[in-house]
Design a binder for this molecule. Structure first.
Ligand SMILES: [Fe+2]
Length: 161
C-alpha cells in the first residue's frame, strides 16, 4: 500500500519550483493591482466613449483576475506559497499610480495602458527566464502575454491616431 506521508508535493526539480515562484509571483502582484485599478477606472471614466470604455475596462479586470489566478495556482500547485494580500500588492506592484476622481476616457486609457505595460515587463522577464527552467510555467506567462497584449490593443485603439 502507498505510504500517504511519502507522497511528494511535486515531482518537479527544486529549480523549476523556485524559478516558477520567483518569476510568476510578480505577475500575480501586477495583475492584482491592475484588477483593482481597472475597477476604479471603470467607475470614473467619462466622455463620449463612456459606454465602450466602461465595458472594456470590466473585461480588462476580469482577464487580470483570471490570469492572476492561473499564475498563482501554478505556484501553489508546485508547493510554494505566495503573498497576494492587498498590503503586499500595494507595496510591491510596479504599476504606476492611477489618478483619483473622474477622468476623460483618453486619460483613463493612457493610464491603464501604462499599467498593462508595467505588468508586461514582468511577464516578458518570466517568458525569457522560465524557458530554461520550466516550460509549463513559461507557457502560463506566454498565455498571459498574448492576452494582455490583446487587451492593450483594444484600449489603445481608442486613442490611436
Ligand atoms: Fe460595473
Amino acid at each position: 500500500m502507498t505510504d500517504v506521508k511519502a507522497v511528494p508535493t511535486t515531482t518537479l526539480n527544486p529549480d523549476a519550483v523556485a524559478g516558477t515562484a520567483q518569476f510568476l509571483t510578480p505577475i500575480v502582484v501586477g495583475l492584482t493591482a491592475l484588477s483593482v485599478d481597472g475597477k476604479q477606472a471603470h467607475w470614473h471614466v467619462r466622455g463620449a466613449n463612456f459606454q465602450a470604455v466602461h465595458e472594456l475596462l470590466d473585461d480588462v479586470v476580469d482577464h487580470a483576475r483570471e490570469w492572476a489566478d492561473t499564475a498563482a495556482e501554478r505556484v501553489v500547485a508546485l508547493g510554494l506559497p505566495l503573498d497576494g494580500r492587498i498590503q503586499t500588492v500595494a507595496a510591491a506592484t510596479t504599476t504606476p499610480e492611477l489618478a483619483t476622481g473622474f477622468q476623460q476616457a483618453d486619460q483613463t486609457i493612457a493610464q491603464i495602458v501604462a499599467q498593462i505595460d508595467a505588468v508586461l515587463v514582468d511577464v516578458r522577464t518570466a517568458i525569457d527566464e522560465l524557458g530554461e527552467i520550466d516550460a509549463s510555467s513559461q507557457d502560463v506567462a506566454i498565455e498571459i502575454a498574448r492576452g494582455l497584449e490583446k487587451d492593450r490593443w483594444f484600449l489603445f485603439s481608442h486613442i490611436a491616431a
